[in-house]
Design a protein around this ligand. Structure first.
Ligand SMILES: Nc1nc2c(ncn2[C@@H]2O[C@H](COP(=O)(O)O[C@H]3[C@@H](O)[C@H](n4cnc5c(=O)[nH]c(N)nc54)O[C@@H]3COP(=O)(O)O)[C@@H](O)[C@H]2O)c(=O)[nH]1
Length: 919
């Protein structure tokens, strides 16, 4: 049933009920009023009839009394006269059927009509007559059945009195109650269709009774009709009574004043209230007609009102299925319009917020999908949701883990329980619990993760818990690696200075506790710089790696070998009993290095120098012990290398001296305590000076001249060589140009370039700037670079060489033959000159190997069209050998020691003038 029908029905029922109840109330009131009116009418009618009957009785009694008063004593004694008199009175006593006069002794004196034998009859048995004698007043007898007519009769008796008031007789008139002139008219009188009148005595004897009742029978026995019983008891009025035949009657009763009889009007209730029933029928008809009318009107009204509601319903249905469709009916501005507007406002708001929440949900889902952090949501400890990252991290699919506990990603139940306990106590605070711990992937792999756990709703744990898991295994590994790198040497993997010192400090603390001894050794690779400079760092690195491996192989697990830096290794022997133990280990280490290192198919002989310091003998703290081991190592080097030395107090003096040298060097740079000496390079053919080498000299204010062999290494170690080298370069160029300006021939000056200086990124620019600054033609400058620098395969070095060559300066390889030059590589270098190291020249005459090397180098240089200069030529034999070997140019004490500028100039000029003179 639709709303319209329901509403119509409801409204109709309501209206009909209201109208009907109004009608019923009105009907009730009308009925009540009608019934009362009918009852009152009937009562009034009965009262009227009662008065009429009473009037008739009174008329009869009055007539009797008038006749009686006209009789005298004499008349009563004369029967004939009396009868005659009575006959005469017949006119006035026509109301009576018979008249009888009785004496006070209650003997019939006369009668009319006269009946034979009645005179003298004793009537003392008649109570009403006795009552007349007793009261002296008129008396009406009880009804009785007439002897002749059989009809109900009644006798009325009045006293006959003498003038003195003495009772002289009684005049009685009897009459038929049902005679038309008395009550007969009443019994004949119609009362409605089925109504009738009744008159009964107080003894319930029927005098007048409808419904074919026999006169003088009991009208209604006591108890059969309460209303009648009440009337007998004196009540007068109208009531509804049920007859003994079950019929309901409207009854009105009145007691006759003259006789005490009960007069009643009885009418069937349905007839009496027919008007009421008509009124009700009318009301019902009215109600029925009204109901139909109301129903019809309501249905029409509902149709009008609900038509828009139905349209609203359709719009609502469409709004749900097509939220974007805003094409809606116009609902006007009444209540329905307001409802529709309010609804659609709410609906639109809802749809908008639903759309936004869908968008947010989509965004959240995208974030969850894209988030590289694993996210799991649990409720009551069971997984309800996972993101792809979680699946990826743990290797479980969402389907597998859905509904499961997180025990699956833990090692075992105990592990899971422990985590749960942490989570439970952690998130109670409402904050995010963060922990780093290991989880287990599906494949069984354990990994480090950082987990963030918190309740979705801080107020309600039942809403679930979210766990974010970040796989930090890589980060952990990186941290491990960083920590390792921070504490280890990246090349050899050995502990670096930091970690080594840490272990040293701990080992010293341990030794102090147990009152034991330990040994600290510093090992420095002999001439490692040579390897580095000549074969390049990559070879040097490989050598260091092999050395590290070998040292480790001969030490105990409890010992530590570290690489503090460069070509230095540090060895910590935490438990030694005596100096011999340390000596034994040092010897083992040196022995393990005896075998040549093989790098890129090259066999490289490596030796080392070891310095040993013992705790507590040589130092109570790490710093002192380290300094002393270092001093011992330098001592070992000074002692000829490839050996070990225990620290002795005096060794510190050398270290001290070295430190002082460094400070003095800094000071010298500031105070320009340097000068250049120049050594000529001569043509082997005619010994003419074709060039000269600038060699730096240091005039120490206190110590006098200090050899470059002493301070150049310190300058290189401290980096001061860069500043010093720049000064040398500048000064050499300036001097060369000055000599040229002074008329000396323009020949190149050779300047030694330290590897560190060369590797400065701006070196070529520095050279260009110096040339520009001094004005020296580039071809008058030759840069001497060591073999190692040249061979270093770093692309940057080659680029620097090319840029230098592009400037127009000459390049030479110094100390050639001491390194490990690759000839193939040599070919690619933009060089002009090879300088044969003086070590080969020194014994060239006696040492066939040196001679062979020199011959080879000269051949190589000639083949490559390079100039070749032999260094350290001190005697004629060497000179001849070199000339014979084809060495184009020579340098050495044989020709000249390095000379101060002025001396060199004189020497040069002399040479020039000698040459001119010789010509
Ligand atoms: N980076 C720089 N290094 C420089 C500079 N000046 C010098 N040096 C280097 O110092 C080392 C020692 O130099 P020095 O004491 O000057 O010795 C040089 C010559 O005096 C010496 N020499 C020359 N002829 C002979 C000889 O016949 N016999 C002999 N015993 N020694 C001789 O040789 C040294 C020159 O060597 P080299 O440079 O390889 O040509 C030395 O390594 C210098 O390089 C500087 O300004 N910068």
């Amino acid at each position: 049933m639709n709303l319209k029908t329901k509403s119509s029905l409801a409204a109709a029922i309501l209206l009909i009920a209201l109208f009907g109840s109004g009608l019923l109330v009105q009907d009730y009131l009308i009925q009540t009023s009608l019934k009362r009116s009918i009852a009152e009418q009937q009562s009034a009618m009965v009262a009227g009839i009662a008065d009429e009957v009473d009037q008739r009785v009174r008329i009869n009694l009055d007539a009797l009394s008038r006749v009686a008063s006209s009789m005298d004593h004499a008349l009563l004694e004369d029967a004939n006269a009396l009868n005659a008199y009575l006959a005469v009175q017949q006119g006035s006593l026509a109301l009576f059927d018979a008249l009888i006069v009785v004496s006070p002794a209650l003997k019939v004196l006369g009668d009319m009509p006269a009946l034979p034998g009645r005179a003298g009859t004793d009537v003392s048995s008649l109570p009403h007559l006795r009552k007349v004698i007793d009261t002296g007043k008129p008396v009406i007898s009880a009804p009785f059945k007439g002897r002749v007519t059989g009809s109900p009769m009644v006798a009325m008796s009045v006293p006959i009195s003498d003038p003195d008031g003495t009772l002289s007789g009684i005049l009685t008139g009897s009459l038929d109650l049902l005679a038309p002139r008395f009550l007969g008219s009443l019994s004949q009188r119609a009362y409605g269709q089925r109504g009738h009148f009744i008159i009964t005595t107080q003894d319930r004897l029927t005098l007048v009774g409808g419904e074919n009742r026999t006169p003088l029978e009991i009208y209604l026995p006591a108890g059969t009709s309460p209303v009648f019983d009440q009337a007998l008891a004196g009540w007068e009025g109208t009531g509804i009574g049920v007859m003994n035949n079950g019929e309901t009657k409207l009854m009105s009763f009145r007691t006759l004043g003259t006789t005490g009889w009960i007069l009643g009007a009885i009418m069937p209730a349905d007839e009496a209230f027919a008007a009421v029933a008509d009124s009700r029928r009318t009301a019902i008809l009215l109600l029925f007609a009204s109901s139909i009318l109301v129903g019809l009107l309501v249905w029409l009204a509902m149709r009008m009102a609900l038509g828009r509601l139905i349209a609203l319903r359709d719009d609502i249905v469409r709004a749900r299925t097509h939220p974007a469709d805003s094409n809606r009916a116009d609902y006007g501005y009444d209540e329905i319009g307001d409802v529709a507007a309010s609804f659609f406002n709410v609906f639109d708001d809802l749809a908008r917020s639903q759309k936004e929440s869908h968008e947010r949900a989509d965004e959240l889902q995208s974030i969850l999908d894209a988030c590289p952090i694993g996210i799991a949501i649990t409720q009551d400890g069971r997984i309800t949701r996972l993101n792809p990252a979680f699946e990826l991290i743990f290797g479980f699919s969402e389907d597998t883990l859905s509904g499961e506990t997180l025990e699956r990603v833990h090692d075992d139940a105990d592990d899971y329980r422990e985590t749960q306990e942490r989570v439970r106590s952690g998130i109670r605070t409402g904050k995010t619990l963060t922990m780093e711990r290991q989880f287990t992937r599906q494949c069984g792999e354990r990994f480090w993760a950082r987990a963030y756990v918190r309740q979705l709703d801080p107020e309600d744990v039942a809403k679930g818990i979210v766990m974010l898991v970040e796989d930090i295994s890589e980060r952990r590994a990186n941290e491990e690696r960083i920590r390792f790198l921070a504490e280890h040497d990246s090349l050899t993997g050995l502990p670096n200075r930091l970690l080594f010192n840490d272990r040293l400090t701990m080992a010293m603390a341990g030794a102090r506790r147990r009152r034991g001894r330990l040994a600290l050794m510093f090992l420095d690779v002999d001439r490692f710089k040579n390897i580095n400079d000549s074969l390049g760092h990559h070879v040097g690195d490989q050598v260091l790696v092999q050395i590290a491996r070998r040292i480790k192989s001969v030490l105990r697990e409890t010992d530590t070998v570290g690489r503090p830096g460069g070509d230095e290794f540090a060895l910590l022997l935490p438990e030694i009993a005596s100096e011999d133990d340390a000596a034994h280990v040092a010897a083992k280490v040196l022995a393990c290095l005896a075998e040549p290192c093989v790098v890129s198919d090259r066999q490289l002989a490596v030796t080392a120098s070891i310095g040993i310091a013992l705790y507590p003998d040589d130092g109570g703290d790490a710093e002192t012990l380290s300094a002393n081991a270092d001093a011992a190592m330098y001592h070992s080097k000074d002692e000829g290398r490839n050996n070990y030395a225990f620290f002795r107090t005096e060794m510190n003096e050398r270290v001290l001296e070295r430190m002082q040298l460094e400070n003095a060097l800094r000071n010298a740079l500031r105070e320009e305590q340097f000068e250049l000496h120049y050594q000529p390079q001569v043509d082997s053919a005619n010994q003419s000076i074709v060039g000269f080498e600038a060699l730096v000299r240091w005039h120490h204010p206190q110590q006098g001249m200090i050899s470059p062999a002493r301070f150049i290494p310190v300058a290189e170690e401290t980096g001061l060589i860069v500043q010093l080298g720049d000064w040398v370069l500048n000064e050499a160029c300036r001097q060369n140009l000055a000599w040229q300006a002074a008329g000396l021939p323009p020949i190149p000056v050779a300047v030694n370039i330290s590897p560190l200086q060369f590797r400065q990124s701006e070196f070529a620019a520095t050279v260009a700037r110096v040339l520009a600054h001094t004005g020296l033609p580039p071809e008058c400058l030759e840069l001497e670079l060591t073999e190692g620098v040249m061979m270093d395969a770093a692309e940057r070095n080659i680029e620097t060489l090319r840029r230098l060559r592009a400037l127009g300066v000459k390049l030479s390889i110094d100390d050639f033959g001491t390194g490990y030059s690759s000839l193939a590589y040599l070919k690619r270098l933009p060089i002009d000159t090879l300088k044969i190291d003086q070590a080969f020249v020194r014994d060239v005459v006696d040492d066939t190997d040196d001679a062979a090397i020199i011959t080879t180098i000269i051949g190589l240089a000639n083949n490559m069209r390079l100039r070749v200069v032999a260094e350290g030529v001190e005697n004629e034999s060497q000179m001849r050998f070199l000339i014979a070997g084809g060495c184009g140019f020579q340098q050495g004490y044989l020709f000249s020691r390095p000379l101060p500028g002025a001396e060199f100039e004189s020497f040069w000029r002399r040479r020039l003038s000698n040459a001119v003179n010789a010509d």
